[in-house]
Design a protein around this ligand. Structure first.
Ligand code: NAD
Ligand code: UDP
Ligand code: UDP
Length: 343
């Protein structure tokens, strides 16, 4: 009838007889899309620590690399598939961590139509897969769904202030549609969903030249180049270390709450303060250079993480001052510039 909600209840997928045997506890088979990327590869490391987990990664290597997963290639509980999530995927899994999507502005703006396809068609395909096999699916959404926020700090109930036709829209509106799809599959098909709204995350394995602020400043300081603070420099971000992020994602997947739940570190810094912290850590002699900003740059961003604390028992443990040196070590190694020891 008109206007009525049609809730389709479907029988659970037929499990193999072994799956329900009292004597046989099967491994949990986990799909990680975008698992060759920065956050994805750290998530895979953590999931692989549990001997009951089998991990399948699908990635098209747009921004990720096999190198990030090299320690798992050939492992009997691990599988890596070159695949684009905008195409249909047939695998049998129990859980899906759906991360596939470029996250850095220079990459997601490089081919904005592809970014939209990845967010919309890619998420639709992973939901279709979750529906067919009865898997639980977690989407890594973003604080960008809040746009240039008029509420500060941002809590999950805030609907955001997003430009639908700007150069960042392929990413932030794409993620907003992805969230909508998740909830529609949940309401209409009973799919078990989890949505994480990730705030700026940093750590080892970030692309050195992906243009994000922490990776830029660290690489610049190590190379002895000026730190490029985009004007005005008073804009703020809150940076979460990657191991804390991975911990939060796993807790969300394993918990009882659909979300959306903010996962991020509430420690807020202006870009000028971040530049000063990096200088102090790596090289106090490098200058700061104010450069032009990009359009629609949010002026402030800081998560309200009350929900994550209360519902997941999660909060970040690593402060920016503890995390930056860990990232410095990784960048020095990859750039081939060892730390000078002053005796
Ligand atoms: P990343 O670019 O390092 O990883 C994304 C991975 O997805 C890459 O390995 C890339 O090759 C892959 N990919 C992209 N398009 C694909 C496609 N069509 N098919 C298959 N694979 C594809 O980025 P990240 O920082 O690890 O981000 C992971 C997720 O977290 C993304 O969904 C991103 O939107 C979200 N997120 C990240 C941050 C952050 O600060 N890093 C903040 C908010 C949200
Ligand atoms: N899909 C997939 N793997 C599966 C099942 C579905 O990639 O195992 C894709 C499929 O190509 C489809 C999308 O998921 O385009 C949505 O699937 P759904 O069954 O919800 O919708 P339909 O196939 O009816 O359009
Ligand atoms: N930014 C900067 N210098 C850089 C790169 C970025 O000052 O070399 C600023 C940028 O203007 C923004 C903030 O850092 O205000 C975070 O940018 P990033 O691209 O890292 O992440 P996002 O905008 O997605 O939060």
């Amino acid at each position: 009838a008109n206007g009525e909600q049609h809730t389709i209840t479907r029988p659970p997928p037929t499990p193999s007889p072994l799956r329900f045997s009292k004597f046989f506890q099967p491994n949990l088979r986990i799909l990680v899309t975008g698992g060759a990327g920065f956050i994805g590869s750290h998530l895979v490391d953590k999931l692989m620590e549990n001997e009951k987990n089998e991990v399948i990664v699908v990635d098209n290597y747009f921004t990720g690399s096999k190198d990030n997963l090299k320690k798992w290639i050939g492992h009997p509980r691990f599988e890596l598939i070159r695949h684009d999530v905008t195409e249909k995927l047939l695998v049998e899994v129990d859980q899906i961590y759906h991360l596939a999507c470029p996250a850095s502005p220079i990459f997601y703006k490089y081919n904005p139509v592809k970014t939209i396809k990845t967010n919309v068609i890619g998420t639709l395909n992973m939901l279709g897969l979750a529906k067919r096999v009865g898997a639980r699916i977690l989407l890594t959404s973003t604080s960008e769904v809040y746009g240039d926020p008029l509420e500060h700090p941002q809590k999950e109930e805030y609907w955001g202030n997003v430009n639908p036709i700007g150069v960042r829209s392929c990413y932030d509106e794409g993620k907003r549609v992805a969230e909508t799809l998740m909830f529609d599959y949940h309401r209409q098909h009973g799919i078990e969903i989890r949505i994480a709204r990730i705030f700026n995350t940093y750590g080892p394995r970030m692309n050195i030249d992906d243009g994000r602020v922490v990776s830029n400043f660290i690489a610049q300081a190590i190379r002895g180049e000026p730190l490029t603070v985009q004007s005005p420099g008073t804009q703020t971000r809150s940076f979460c270390y990657v191991s804390d992020m991975v911990d939060g994602l796993i807790r969300l997947m394993e918990g009882e709450h659909t979300g959306p739940i903010n996962i991020g570190n509430p420690g807020e810094f202006t870009m000028m303060e971040l530049a000063e912290a990096v200088k102090e850590l790596i090289d106090p002699a490098v200058p700061v250079k104010i450069v032009e900003n990009t359009p629609d740059d949010p002026r402030q961003r800081k998560p309200n993480i009350t929900k994550a604390k209360e519902l997941l028992g999660w909060e970040p443990k690593i402060t920016l001052r503890e995390g930056l040196p860990l990232m410095e070590d990784d960048f020095r190694q990859r750039l081939g510039v060892p730390k000078k020891h002053i005796n």
